[in-house]
Design a protein around this ligand. Structure first.
Ligand code: SAM
Length: 465
């Protein structure tokens, strides 16, 4: 008994070490603009089908997908949410990061913290997709960036498990195994949108994988990606350089609606006519600071009418603006003020007395560990320069000038501040037809012609010149 128990413990810990090594060797996370481009090429969340990310890392694809689902199906039930979005990740830490990301999206869309926790845990399975994941299924969409690693380099005991289970033709590289399984569980009218290393498209060792995938699916899009800008590495990575790969964005659809069939014959990405748009070289987040306006919790506590603070010492508040302060695209005179507090120093006595009186009304998710701090502190925020704000729900991009010293508040606004471009240039970019067309193709549609222009989407806006 004791021998087999210690044997179990031993084998469990070597498997954990192998998972750490596999994660370190395969974790190259996809940058948001590419995630957005790929999700734009599939019909999901239209219909009722499920979307799967087989190896979700920190949840880049799933976070974006969840936003789209919640923004187009505002009244989706918890049960339906779990049926429509599923992620797998073998590494515990990455899985917990993905859950945190989904939790944040759920809370931003009105779920309370405890149901967001429960939903995120159900949607993300921490496990080995190849050995524990679904082997049959009817997924409507499979998205992501599956691991690429030659099987020879997969650490034991995982390699032994894969060799035991996976068909021989799909065993040369983990990418082949994932593609083979994805094709098996995708509905015949389903869609696959993934970043992959390019070599499965032309290597002889993947000929049978191409043939199997090509039985029901063909190439609907193929774009060369730039390896230097397409990925980021997880924060907790182990030392070592990422593998040198040549990535492509691949979209597979039913054979009946494809640009090019797939079969044993090699496909050379650079010889093809472009199927989809090339990833932009520069995006807004590289040339400007784009952030979400802070949410200050229940109104009347940290966000107050100007009259409330009229007698308070100078500097205890700053003028604050929300969407209702914008009229016909122009900012009106701010009617509200935001209380400025710092965690290390209690505010002036009048301010503290106001907070102590009003804080019992604060909603659950607005409460902070330091009682005089708002849920999203902004005391480090530099208000010395003017900025632009972009309403989150709008028909087009509508940048509005905000003078220095004024704080935009509430997640309904994104704040854009100058970096390597001047504010005038940024304003011209946001007002350009190209930028508005780009947003119109990507922002989730709401009712009456409105769109959801998220901060994340703005960050990914190409810097059209
Ligand atoms: C290339 S990263 C991509 C992550 C994410 N989809 C993205 O695009 O940002 C691949 C991820 O697959 C995970 N992974 C590797 N083998 C796996 C397996 N057998 N089952 C589930 N996840 C796996 C790794 O831990 C890593 O986080």
């Amino acid at each position: 008994m004791s021998v087999s128990l210690s044997g179990d413990l031993f084998s469990r810990s070597t498997r954990d070490t192998a998972i750490d090594e596999l994660h370190a060797a395969t974790a190259l996370y996809t940058q948001d603009p590419i995630v957005v481009q790929l999700l734009d090429q599939i019909a999901w969340p239209a219909g009722h089908g499920a979307l799967l990310d087989t190896s979700c890392g920190d949840g880049a694809f799933l976070g974006r997908a969840l936003e789209r689902l919640l923004e187009t199906h505002a009244d989706v039930s918890d049960v339906e949410l779990c049926a429509r979005l599923e992620g797998w990740e073998i590494h515990f830490f990455a899985a917990s990061e993905a859950r945190t990301r989904l939790r944040r999206v759920l809370i931003d869309h009105g779920r309370d913290a405890s149901s967001a926790d429960a939903l995120a845990s159900q949607m993300i399975r921490c496990g080995d997709f190849l050995t524990e994941g679904p082997r049959r299924g009817q997924y409507q969409a499979v998205v992501g960036n599956p691991p690429y690693l030659r099987m020879l380099n997969v650490p034991e005991p995982l390699r032994g498990e894969y060799e035991h289970l996976l068909p021989e033709y799909a065993r040369a590289d983990l990418l082949h195994s994932f593609l083979d399984r994805c094709a098996a569980i995708l509905a015949r009218d389903g869609e696959l949108a993934m970043v992959t290393a390019d070599r499965w498209l032309f290597n002889e060792s993947a000929a049978r994988v191409r043939e199997v995938v090509g039985q029901h699916f063909g190439l609907a899009g193929l774009t060369r990606l730039d390896a230097d800008s397409a990925f980021y590495r997880p924060k907790l990575r182990r030392a070592g350089t990422p593998p040198r790969i040549h990535p492509v964005a691949v979209v597979l659809k039913s054979r009946t609606e494809v640009v090019q069939p797939i079969g044993r014959a090699p496909i050379y990405p650079d010889e093809r006519r472009a199927g989809v748009e090339v990833a932009p070289a520069h995006v807004l987040s590289e040339i400007a600071e784009v952030r979400l306006a802070p949410w200050l919790g229940t109104p009347g506590i940290f966000l107050i009418d100007a009259a409330v603070s009229a007698q308070w010492p100078v500097g205890t508040t700053v003028p604050a603006i929300d969407t209702d302060d914008i009229q016909a695209g122009v900012l009106t005179s701010p009617r509200r003020r935001a209380i400025v507090t710092r965690p290390e120093e209690p505010p002036a006595s009048d301010v503290l007395a106001h907070l102590d009186r009003e804080l019992p009304r604060m909603c659950g998710r607005g409460r902070s560990a330091v009682r005089w701090m708002p849920p999203e502190p902004f005391h480090r925020f530099d208000l010395s320069q003017p900025s632009l704000l972009v309403p989150r729900i709008a028909k087009t991009l509508k940048p509005v000038r905000v003078p220095a010293g004024v704080l935009p508040v509430n997640h309904n606004l994104s704040i854009v501040r100058a970096g390597s471009m001047t504010l005038d240039e940024l304003e011209a970019l946001l007002n350009s037809q190209a930028a508005n067309d780009w947003i119109a193709h990507r922002a989730a549609r709401l009712e009456n012609g409105y769109r959801s222009i998220t901060t994340r989407l703005l960050r990914a806006l190409p810097a059209f010149r």
